[in-house]
Design a protein around this ligand. Sequence first.
Ligand SMILES: Cc1ncc(COP(=O)(O)O)c(C=O)c1O
Length: 366
Amino acid sequence: MKNRYIETLATLKKEGNYRSLPANSDQLLDICSNDYLSLNKDIHLYNDFLEDVSRRKYKMSASSSRLLSGNSSDHSTLEHLVASSYQAEACLLFNSGYHANIGILPAIAGKNDLIIADKFVHASIIDGIQLSAATVKRYKHLDYTHLENILKKYRDNFEQVFIVSESIFSMDGDLVDLHQLVALKKKYKCFLYIDEAHAVGVRGKNGLGLVEEAHVTKEVDFIVGTFGKALASVGAYVVCSEVYKQYLVNYSRSLIFTTALPPINLAWTAYLFKLLPDFHYRREKLSALSKEFATLIGVKSESHIIPFIIGENKDAIAASQLLEVNGYNVLPIRYPTVPQGTARLRFSLNTDMKMEDLLPIKEILK
Ligand SMILES: Cc1ncc(COP(=O)(O)O)c(C=O)c1O
């Protein structure tokens, strides 16, 4: 009997699309991690936190959902900290950015609603949209004229409309124009939902992302941030009004039907989140390094995520292997993570990298 799974895996291999779990090598310079501020490697922070841990007894597991007995003062402490940093009414934690996007979108957007999302939004947003009963339209990446045309045509047919975008796009490193989205949101009376996974920690005076940098925190109805990237932890949050928070507590399935984040982890996240404003020197260093590296390899980038587009899967794999032989860990990004024919190397820089260690990459890429 034919085995469909074996055959499909063989096809993936033939197309250069086969995924396997990469071996982790400490020998290589890791240029694909999201530890943008290098907090995960900072032994001083780690030791300082451990001193606090030895004074207090944090639980290692929440042991149930927050709606059962898993809720703790550590959850509400972190939520208050995040909400007050944004000067917002409320914050609600999720177990990851993936949980946040697949939990919030289906809860807030129902069958009489329309979600309009940028063509390049992350898989977790796409999955969240697919789980919702709302109608969906996609606008061309960063094309606000296209977005407005969709709004003109369809706004009046729906009860509520949600404009959904990332702020720094995860695979392209380019930036949304938040002022344009806020203007359209106001003109067409929509909700604005912004995923700041790659901007939190890295952008804004206090590290609160592009919404802070663009001074639009109050205009965005749902700000999603994650703790697993620049914040060297795990989990995610949404900053929103108290009413939306309570609505999500009642309707967000990825919050209700899962074991809550462990208190020990929440304490580590809170420890780092409190320090976010102090990391401005790291943000400045990352920004300068990113500009220099992007120029070196001839790529235009507005952020610390620098995509080197190659095209064919096999060529991206070969380039990644060549970099590995030369001491660099940069994995190829292929379809369906990025559109067909745009396979790439996604360089994501961290603050503890030195330009002199990156210089050889230019010759290798040639
Ligand atoms: C834009 C965006 N949103 C959400 C996520 C998911 O976040 P997490 O890794 O916390 O699940 C990612 C992960 O890469 C992402 O790039």
